[in-house]
Write a protein that binds this ligand. Sequence first.
Ligand code: GLN
Length: 686
Amino acid sequence: MTHFHEEPDLQAISTNTELVNQYIIRNTRTKFIFVTGGVISSLGKGVAGASLGALLKSKGFKVSMQKLDPYLNTDAGTMNPQQHGEVYVTDDGAETDMDLGHYERFLDVHLPQNSCFTSGYIYTQVIQKERKGKYYEGETIQIVPHITEEIKHYILRQTYGPAPPDVVIVEIGGTVGDIEGLPFCEAVHELRRQLHKSRSIGIHLTYVPYLESSGETKTKPTQHSVKELRAVGLQPDIIICRCQKEVAPDSKRKIAKSCGIMDNCVFTSPDVDTIYELPAHFRDQSLVEKVCQLLKLGKGAPVNIAPLTQFTASLSKLKKKVKIFVIGKYVDQNKTKGAQAREKDENKKAQIYRESYKSVHEALCHAGVKLNSQVEIVYLESSELNGANAAQKLADCGGALIPGGFGQRGTAELISVIQYLRESQIPFFGICLGLQLAVIEFARHVLKIRGVNSEEFNPKCRKAKKNVIYLMESWYEYREGKLAIRDEDTEKGGTMRLGLKPCLLTPKTKAYDVYRGVYDRANRRAEEAFRYLEVPLGESELVFPKAINNLDPQSLKATEAEIATRKLMTIYERHRHRYEINPQFHELLTTPREGQDHFVISGEAPKFKVGDSPEPPRIAEIMELKRHPWFVGCQFHPEFLSRPLRPHPLFLGFIEAALKFQERAKPQLESVAAGEKAPAAPRTEP
Ligand code: GLN
């Protein structure tokens, strides 16, 4: 038997996907765990799968994870986070489901693009092949076999490469029985039939409700859900019961019997205070040992999730507290009436925010734990704020964060809040849109340039040369080793500046210091911070070395020389933006002026030049105010690289500044909150 050590030349094997799939199955050894969900949605399949993945990884197995999303969007990029949660971005620039964030945080890996695909993507692939003609040779294109073979193909692509995983955990999105999910179930059913018996198992996550009135756990919904699963040809090997109350052995036996599985294959996933506790619950039930036995994986090393358990244990012992406001714009404004309905609205709002800004939420907590602080995160909708009430609403905050976002709605209010934060010297952290709004605010209120705006909110500001934030028309695309060219007519899906890109840090800036970890040598955080200096390729595809090889050696030399002379430091961060700070304004923004603060560009994309094409414009990646205690914005999304045990330096810096501010400013802010001397209401242009 031959094994793939690099991507096989599939074209050379055949243009028939079915044959190619058979060939891959024969030539690879990777095993599969297929995770389905039943009864209700939002059971936490992603977290359950990731917890199992973390346990398998701790046993020394090489684990990869994949999410199959049944909706018809080509990817998550164009979806509103209100409906589907945060859009997560991978190193190689895929815009994916938020579950990939769980996978990466729990397994501490960097997943590649192929780790998430949608029905829409699969259909597009099939239709494109049909148009090309050579693939289907006049056949009638059907769900079975064409769509199902394509799905199988994308699952099987996880199994080759220089270091193929021992196990791939594949999560099928949605709930069993959904019409949309049927092609995925059918494909998995076929694939399981083709794989050798010990090469795949099915795990079904189901809801087992507890009826308070009768004091019983109810197994019937699970029985029905497994019936549905069997109807599409999928027999589970393991059932995990999502439950509020521990499921009694009797009920577990009942589930096992009625669902045709062994008694010792029913496990539970109880409600937990923090999702990071789940791996320990599974460890205590020996779930991973059962999985290893069924997949004939061998024993592996003993489970060791000590770092994660230390993290969860420390959560209850945090000595300090800091309040951080996250001010976003992802909640419907149509408020329902009535107190009860309003309370529901509030809960729903908090839930939507947590999901829309999942990685930001997690990154704040990770940094808090490192600094022995419980971060109380308060979500505010931009429409709830205005220049006049900002002081009151943010009275007891340690700092405020404005995360990424799209579209004009709510931006005028956000700009007023930023003005208040800047003038009151309150720590501010702007991510992507947050940075862009901070720059607009500064240009309007400090530089007094009337009418400056982002082309995203007012395209006319371009003609008037007031476009302090402009549409990026060209940039160096490191992954492909060429220039990316865009204009306002470019279609929206997948065309932003996406994924991991290098950024050169400027010495003697706050950003530089936090990445170096020098801002607090006493706590010896340097070591963790330094890890960000490496290219975090992890187990994902090689993105940079490939791209850098494609570069004109002359331009690379120039960059290296520049790095050496200016003692710059390179970091790599994930991006997702279409607009950028207009380089024409860099000088104005960064010129020191008497009695005024000014911006410093503390991180910049390296200058690359490809062939004879003109050098692409400069890209400011991190901007900070020189005199403000912490007014830092970044064009990338640092939240995607934060891990429970390795918080992101910028989040650490922000929380640290917030803790300091809270200590110092609390008495003054309390008096402002009590209405003694509210600062003048900042005004802003719409
Ligand atoms: N809408 C802005 C842009 O496209 C900001 C994007 C973001 O916050 N991710 O550049």
